[in-house]
Design a protein around this ligand. Structure first.
Ligand SMILES: Cc1cc2nc3c(=O)[nH]c(=O)nc-3n(C[C@H](O)[C@H](O)[C@H](O)COP(=O)(O)OP(=O)(O)OC[C@H]3O[C@@H](n4cnc5c(N)ncnc54)[C@H](O)[C@@H]3O)c2cc1C
Length: 260
């Protein structure tokens, strides 16, 4: 795999804290799957030195473009906002293990918090293309941060949202929503990203209902190639704990195995 200079088609602010970037991926000779991520160089200078990891938000195979949705956080993402359409961004990937979406599943449940919504949007897109119905609970600080809700609805997903500002995002409130969704739908599998407390909740609920579940983990990354071990986490293997690298063995793991 090599780094590719991808032309930026657009890079726009879409809410107070979020930006959206679309790049021309016609030079990419690899299939991209939901759950995988790319390492982007933020700018053309020596600083910030490390690439930053971003999940695939949308995969447009016909158009040969990729989309990223990013939260402006620190030096890297701030620099990324300065990149303009027509400029080239240095992109390395796709990296990591994707989500598994079985052909015989009819309905899947998505539970995302914050920018985790970006990671699950590509899965909702894939599900729609395979005729799998998605029901989603999206959690965010404010309504303003729920921008991917429309994208998911565009893929035919049933979307419920909870926010901190409306005081609807507490764990027990989300548990109530999960319980009613599970009563109304026969859920074949569940997926989560973006919040440890919601992931713990989903771990509990899916264990009780014997539903297979997957999580996309986000850990601070250095090299993202499995060398530096900056992004390790623990997973259960039988009675033992095993340390794994999120960039290499993940970022997608079976939810029941991850120590949260
Ligand atoms: C697999 C994966 C997929 C991701 N997908 C997205 C996405 O689609 N959209 C999005 O907005 N963000 C995503 N993130 C988080 C994103 O990488 C960080 O927010 C970003 O690197 C912050 O960089 P910064 O320079 O702006 O902030 P800083 O805080 O200045 O970053 C400093 C260092 O910490 C690392 N870092 C900081 N926060 C995180 C974090 N939450 N996770 C991992 N590393 C971090 C950075 O890579 C950098 O090396 C993802 C992270 C991972 C691991």
């Amino acid at each position: 795999m090599k780094a590719i200079q991808m032309r930026i088609c657009s890079n726009q602010q879409v809410s107070d804290r979020y930006w959206h970037m679309k790049v021309d991926a016609s030079e990419l000779n690899a299939d991209v799957q939901p759950g995988q991520f790319f390492q982007l160089r933020c700018g053309h200078d020596i600083h910030p030195l490390l690439r930053r990891p971003f999940s695939i938000y949308r995969i447009n195979r016909m158009e040969r473009t990729l989309e990223f949705l990013y939260l402006v956080k620190g030096a890297g993402t701030q620099r990324l906002t300065l990149m303009q359409a027509g400029e080239y961004v240095d992109v390395f990937g796709p990296l990591g293990t994707p989500f598994v979406l079985q052909d015989d599943w009819e309905t899947i449940l998505l539970l995302a918090r914050g920018v985790g919504i970006a990671t699950l949007a590509a899965l909702a897109q894939d599900a729609a293309e395979k005729g799998v119905q998605a029901v989603a609970i999206l959690s965010a600080r404010s309504r303003n941060d729920l921008l991917a809700a429309e994208t998911l609805q565009g893929f035919g997903a049933q979307v419920l949202h909870v926010t901190d500002e409306e005081q609807t995002s507490g764990v027990e409130q989300v548990r109530g929503l999960l319980d009613s969704l599970l009563q109304q739908n026969r859920i074949d599998a569940a997926f989560t990203c973006g919040s440890k407390r919601l992931s713990r909740l989903l771990q509990d609920v899916t264990r009780k209902h014997a539903i297979p579940a997957q999580i996309a983990l986000e850990e601070h990354m250095g090299c993202a190639m499995g060398v530096c071990f900056a992004c390790v986490c623990d997973v259960k293997e039988g009675d033992h704990l095993k340390t794994v690298r999120v960039c290499k063995e993940g970022p997608v793991f079976p939810l029941e195995k991850v120590v949260l």
